[in-house]
Ligand binder design. Structure first.
Ligand code: PNS
Length: 166
């Protein structure tokens, strides 16, 4: 059983995240999209809202034999991966600038849990500039984000910002 966790803040989910999940599907029997419960970061969405948005999208992904689950966690990613009996932690790399931070995290996670490998997947180049932060900012300021975040997520951002009618 090859189980991976795909940890992140997902505040909110973007098409870049979905791209990484699609690329993970052929590699694992089960992927647990793992949403960090991190109130210090002052997220736009509660952890429940973030999980709910992801759960709405998961059926459209076509797991093709790979089970895709959604869970939230607090504390260390490495400990959560062990708790889930995962053999891998999946992280997406968009550009070289992501690599240094990701490498430090991967090495720390390996120090904490030597049996669990971090697997880096390269996001499609069309998502190389997509981040949750940027997407929230662009929606807030009236820019177009089609193709970069799911429509349902865009609607949720607008609701949060009180822009439902736009
Ligand atoms: O989507 P993000 O914000 O890039 O995800 C970062 C995340 C959640 C993977 C990272 O901040 C994390 O693992 N946080 C949990 C605490 C932890 O394990 N810290 C040590 C990492 S070496």
């Amino acid at each position: 059983m090859r189980r991976a966790i795909f940890p992140g803040s997902f505040d909110p989910l973007t098409n870049g995240h979905l791209d990484i999940i699609r690329r993970s599907v052929p590699l694992f029997d089960e992927i647990v999209i793992s949403v960090l419960n991190n109130p210090d970061k002052n997220p736009m969405f509660t952890v429940e809202e973030r999980c709910e948005m992801i759960r709405e999208i998961v059926p459209t992904l076509g797991g093709n034999g790979c089970e895709i689950r959604v869970a939230s966690f607090s504390g260390l990613t490495a400990h959560f991966a062990r708790e889930m009996q995962a053999t891998a932690i999946v992280r997406g790399i968009r550009a070289v600038s992501d690599y240094e931070y990701e490498l430090r995290m991967a090495l720390m996670n390996r120090k904490l849990e030597p049996e669990i490998e971090t697997v880096f997947l390269m996001a499609g180049e069309e998502y190389s500039y997509v981040s949750s932060t940027l997407m929230k900012q662009v929606v807030e300021l009236g820019g177009r984000v089609e193709g970069l975040i799911p429509e349902s997520v865009e609607r949720r951002i607008r609701q949060k910002l009180g822009q439902e009618s736009k």
